[in-house]
Design a protein around this ligand. Structure first.
Ligand code: MRU
Length: 354
C-alpha cells in the first residue's frame, strides 16, 4: 500500500528546474527556479538541494541548463557536444561524496553520446531523460519502502539520522520511504529523529516532513541515541546513504557511524535504505569514498550566531563511513541485500544493468 506524501522536491519545468529551497526549511516552504548551469552548480554546492538522489536529479537538470546556454552560441553540433560534455563533467564536481550525482550526470552524458539528433533534438532528449529519472526515483523509493516495511516490527520505534526523506529525493524518500510504507500498514509506529549537527537536517527537515505527513516523530540530539537504546526505546535504525562500496561499507551523514556502533552494542538492527544507484561497485571498500570537507562556519555558528571561542581549530567532514560489519541489511528496490555484501551486491548488479 502507498502512503501519499505531499512533497515533490525537484522537477523539470519546460526550460528550468524548480526545487524546494532547503536552506530555509522549516521556517519557510518555498520553491526556487534554477535557470542556469552555474546557478545549479551553486544550488548543489550550497545545499539549496541536498540528499543523494535529489542532487543526482539536480545534476541531470544542470546538464540541460548548460545545453540551453550553449545552444545560444550557435556552435557546430560537434563543438556543442564536446563543450556540453565538459560542462557535465564540471557539474559532477559540485559535491564529492554522493555518487548519485555522478551516476545521474553520466546518464545524461550517455544520452548526449548516443544521440543522432541535432542540437535542439539533443536538448529535447536530455529533458525526456531527466523526467524519466525523476519518475523512476519515486517508483524506486516506493519499492524500497515496500521491502523495508516487511522488516519493521509492529509498533516499532525507528531511529533515523539526517534526512533521507522526500526532501532528499524527488519524493517519498528512502529511509523515510520505509517509514511511510510501514506507517501505511501500522499507524502505531513512530520515529526518533537525530538532530544531525552541524546542519541539522534531522531537526530542520526530517521533523518537518514527518509532521507534514502526520507521522509521529520525537526529536533527539545526536548524543542521546545510546541512552534511548539502553532504555529499550529504539527497535531499529534506518538511515539513507550517499555512497556504498562493493563490500557494503556505507558513507552517510557524519554521525551515522556512531549510531551504528551503538546499535550493534545494544543488538538493534541497523539498516541502510538506498537505491542501487547509490552503490559504487567501482570501489572495493569505504576507504576509497571521498569525504566532503565543509565550511567551518557550519560548526562554529548556529543560525548565524557564533557558539564557540574565536581562534580555535575546526574540522568539518560532512560524512563518515559505516563499516559493513555493522549493517544488518541494505534495503534496495531489488530487495534487501544481506551479508556477505560482496556477493549480494554483485548479484543485484548482475540482475540489473544500471
Ligand atoms: O549533506 P546532505 O544533507 O546532502 O546529506 C544527506 C545525507 O547524508 C542523507 O542521509 C543521504 O543523502 C541519503 S538521502 C536519501
Amino acid at each position: 500500500m502507498d502512503f501519499k506524501s505531499k512533497i515533490k522536491t525537484i522537477e523539470w519545468v519546460d526550460t528550468y528546474s524548480k526545487m524546494v529551497d532547503q536552506t530555509v526549511v522549516p521556517y519557510e516552504y518555498k520553491f526556487v527556479n534554477i535557470t542556469s548551469g552555474e546557478e545549479m552548480f551553486n544550488a548543489i554546492r550550497n545545499m539549496i538541494v541536498r540528499g543523494a538522489p535529489a542532487i543526482g536529479i539536480a545534476g541531470a537538470h544542470g546538464v540541460i541548463l548548460f545545453a540551453q546556454e550553449l545552444e545560444k552560441e550557435n556552435l557546430s553540433r560537434e563543438v556543442f557536444v564536446k563543450e556540453l560534455i565538459k560542462k557535465a563533467e564540471y557539474m559532477k564536481t559540485s559535491r564529492p561524496t554522493a555518487v548519485n550525482l555522478m551516476w545521474a550526470v553520466d546518464k545524461q552524458i550517455e544520452v548526449i553520446k548516443n544521440s543522432k539528433s541535432d542540437v535542439k533534438g539533443i536538448i529535447e532528449e536530455l529533458k525526456q531523460n531527466a523526467i524519466k529519472l525523476e519518475n523512476e526515483d519515486i517508483e524506486i523509493n516506493k519499492k524500497i519502502g515496500e521491502y523495508g516495511a516487511e522488516v519493521v516490527p509492529k509498533g516499532a520505534a525507528i531511529l533515523t539520522h539526517c534526512n533521507a526523506g522526500a526532501l532528499a529525493t524527488v519524493g517519498y524518500g528512502t529511509a523515510l520511504g520505509v517509514v511511510r510504507s510501514a506507517f501505511a500498514k501500522d499507524n502505531t509506529i513512530k520515529v526518533f529523529a537525530d538532530e544531525t549537527r552541524p546542519r541539522q537536517q534531522g531537526a530542520r527537515i526530517t521533523t518537518f516532513e514527518l509532521a507534514m505527513d502526520g507521522i509521529p516523530v520525537t526529536l533527539i540530539t545526536d548524543g542521546m541515541c545510546s541512552y534511548f537504546m539502553k532504555k529499550g526505546m529504539i527497535d531499529m535504525v534506518v538511515v539513507g546513504a550517499d555512497r556504498i562500496a562493493a563490500n557494503g561499507d556505507t558513507a552517510n551523514k557524519i554521525g551515522t557511524y556512531t549510531v551504528a556502533i551503538a546499535a550493534k552494542y545494544h543488538n538493534i538492527p541497523f539498516y541502510i535504505a538506498a537505491p542501487l544507484s547509490t552503490i559504487d561497485i567501482s570501489i572495493k571498500s569505504g576507504d576509497e569514498i571521498p569525504i566532503e570537507e565543509r565550511s567551518h562556519e557550519e560548526v562554529t555558528h548556529i543560525n548565524g550566531k557564533r557558539i564557540c571561542a574565536e581562534g580555535i581549530n575546526i574540522i568539518n567532514p560532512g560524512f563518515d563511513v559505516t563499516p559493513h560489519e555493522l549493517i544488518t541489511g541494505i534495503i534496495t528496490e531489488k530487495g534487501i541485500l544481506r551479508p556477505d555484501y560482496n556477493k549480494s551486491i554483485a548479484e543485484a548488479f548482475s540482475k540489473d544493468n544500471i
